[in-house]
Every structure is written in structure tokens, then in C-alpha cells.
Design a protein around this ligand. Structure first.
Ligand code: DAH
Length: 339
């Protein structure tokens, strides 16, 4: 009996297993009712009385050893399996917080996407500009108030270096360097010397569109505006053009869209008119074409410009312009990227 116990003990100590099934087989072999250790317990009856104490103790030790060994083997196999299945080396130590796109970027991308479907490509220009590209080439009179220190941030005087007050400056940059046909959209940041409030800021964003070719007419402009308005604000949107004045377009107009909040019936948002203004536009003034080296007898074109903050306000009803530049994550978190 003692020999049997000792040889089992040695065998159990040397056990190993690589899978759950193997561990289970070992448990059955040694510890089940008909297992080797249980059989020894059955034989215990035949042990002479004077040996019962010693052998009983050894038997119990053997059973404990086998139980412990098999439990350890099971644990090792479990760990190994979960290691190989669940180990994800790409996981970060702490969860990553996903950022959101800024509402101005979202709306800018949407405007670009609408115009790109009409064949417009993006053009960009510098924010620090000279007088010619921002004012003179665009037919601003020498004494135009926009050139005033009160309206424009000057970096240097004579020759004038300034922060562009509108993205129309990109028009003249492209016109002086490109042969028509020209079909561009120019998104960018612009600067004006304004006191900062809920309704005005000293920097904001604009998108300019310019189309120059032979025989471009006001009807082309109107169709583009209608397409844009419906893509941006929904297919039931109506547009209305009011005569206006800009130095660089003739004739000039401002475009309103039917108020998308009340559907044109009149509400506090549209000041009970049913319409909200969204952009300026017109036919490029022949003086501008000529100043930029494009033959105004051969070519004509239209231009339009809009503030991205304004469009964003209409879409998302942001009441305070300052929210756009404060980078408060609680505000930015409200916007989901659609593209
Ligand atoms: N540049 C004008 C502004 O800053 C916006 C504008 C109006 C652009 C009419 C245009 C246009 O191209 O045709 O207020």
C-alpha cells in the first residue's frame, strides 16, 4: 500500500497538461469515484489496524496533493487560453477620447462639397495681403471706408500690408494667374477691426465662389444659388434676390432664403419677414476683369461670397459668435461629423 501511495505521489507530481480536456481526463483518472486514489481509499479497509493511522494520513495527503495539482493545471491552462485569445496588442492603456470636427469645418466642408458637384475647385490665398489684391483690383475707390484703419487691420503702411477683410482677394490672385474658364471656391479666414460681441468678431470665415467664362449670365448665377440653397437647407427652400451694391460686382445682389425655421410663415428668427439673408453676389464688374488681365469684352463671370459662421448659425442656431473660437469642449461635443 505504501509503495502504491509513493509511486502515485511521484506520478502526480510529474503531471502536466496543455488543454482543459487533458486536465479533465487527469481528474477522472485520479480523483473520480472510480479513480486511482478512490480505489486506494476502498482498499483502506484491508489495512491492518496498527498501520491505519500512518497510511490514512498518507492517503489524505495524496488526495490533497492530487486535488491541488489538478486545480493548478486547470488554472494554468485557462490563463494560457485567455492569453492567446484576448490579448490585444493594439489596445491603449487608457480609453481614447474621440474628438469632434469643429462646426465651422463641418459647414465649410459641406459648402465645398456642394460647389464641387458643380465643378468648382478649391483655391486659397494668403491671409496677410497687400492693398491691391484686397481693394484696388476689386474696384474699391481710393477713399473707400473699408480701407480705413477703423475697419481693416494694417500690418504696415506705404506700401500697405494688411490682414485680408474678405476672401474676394483670392479672386484677384487667381484671375491674374489663370486663363478662363475659371471655376473656383475659396474658403478662408478673414479679419476686421470690430469690437468683439455676440454678433461680431474680429476674425471669421468666408467662402467665395467665382466663375468666369464666355457668356456667363445672371441666369447661371441664379441657378447656382438655387442649387446651393436647396442642397444646404433642404429642397423646399426658396430664394430671393435683392438689388445691392459691392464695388467688385455689377449688378450686385443679396440673397435671402425662405426661413427654414418657420418655413416662410414668419417667426422671431426671421424677424417675421419669412426670409433670412445669407450671401452677397453679382456679375463680376468689367473693371475687375480688366484690372486682373482678363478681357472683359470676351469674358464675363459671376461671384458670390458668404460668411461660414452665418450659415452655421442658420443651420445650428448658435446664438453667440464667440462660441466658435472659445474651444469649449462642451460646445464642440454637440457637433457630429456627417462626412
Ligand atoms: N466680399 C463680400 C464681403 O466680404 C462678400 C461678397 C459679396 C463676395 C458679393 C462676392 C460678391 O464675391 O459677389 O462682404
Amino acid at each position: 500500500m505504501l509503495d502504491k501511495i509513493n509511486s502515485l505521489k511521484a506520478a502526480i507530481e510529474a503531471l502536466s497538461a496543455t488543454s482543459k480536456e487533458e486536465v479533465e481526463a487527469l481528474r477522472i483518472k485520479y480523483l473520480s469515484k472510480k479513480g486511482e486514489i478512490s480505489l486506494l481509499f476502498n482498499d483502506f479497509r484491508t489495512v491492518p489496524n496498527e498501520q491505519k493511522k500512518e497510511i490514512g494520513q498518507k492517503l489524505n495527503e495524496l488526495k490533497n496533493l492530487a486535488t491541488e495539482k489538478i486545480n493548478n493545471l486547470r488554472e494554468a491552462v485557462d490563463n494560457k487560453q485567455s492569453d492567446s485569445n484576448d490579448l490585444d496588442l493594439t489596445r491603449t492603456a487608457s480609453p481614447l477620447r474621440l474628438g469632434k470636427r469643429h462646426p465651422i469645418s463641418l459647414v465649410k466642408e459641406e459648402i465645398i462639397s456642394i460647389f464641387s458637384r458643380l465643378g468648382f475647385t478649391i483655391a486659397e490665398g494668403p491671409e496677410v495681403e497687400d492693398d491691391w489684391h484686397v481693394f484696388s483690383s476689386l474696384n474699391f475707390a481710393a477713399d473707400h471706408p473699408a480701407r480705413d484703419m477703423q475697419d481693416t487691420f494694417f500690418i504696415q503702411r506705404n506700401p500697405d500690408v494688411l490682414l485680408r477683410t474678405h476672401t474676394s482677394s483670392v479672386q484677384s490672385r487667381v484671375m491674374t494667374t489663370t486663363e478662363p474658364p475659371i471655376r473656383i471656391i475659396c474658403p478662408g479666414r478673414v479679419y476686421r477691426n470690430e469690437a468683439i460681441s455676440a454678433r461680431a468678431h474680429c476674425f471669421f470665415h468666408q467662402v467665395e465662389a467665382l466663375y468666369i467664362d464666355k457668356d456667363v449670365s445672371f441666369a447661371d448665377l441664379k441657378q447656382t444659388l438655387l442649387y446651393f440653397a436647396r442642397e444646404m437647407f433642404g429642397k423646399d427652400t426658396q430664394i430671393r434676390l435683392r438689388p445691392s451694391y459691392f464695388p467688385f460686382t455689377e449688378p450686385s445682389a443679396e440673397m435671402d432664403i425662405s426661413c427654414h425655421i418657420c418655413g416662410g410663415k414668419g417667426c422671431a428668427f426671421c424677424k417675421h419677414t419669412g426670409w433670412v439673408e445669407i450671401l452677397g453676389c453679382g456679375m463680376v464688374d468689367p473693371n475687375v476683369l480688366d484690372a486682373c488681365g482678363i478681357d472683359s469684352k470676351k469674358y464675363s463671370g459671376y461671384a458670390l461670397g458668404m460668411g461660414i459662421e452665418r450659415i452655421t448659425n442658420l443651420k445650428y442656431r448658435v446664438k453667440d459668435l464667440r462660441m466658435f473660437s472659445e474651444n469649449d469642449v462642451r460646445f464642440l461635443d454637440e457637433f457630429e461629423a456627417v462626412h
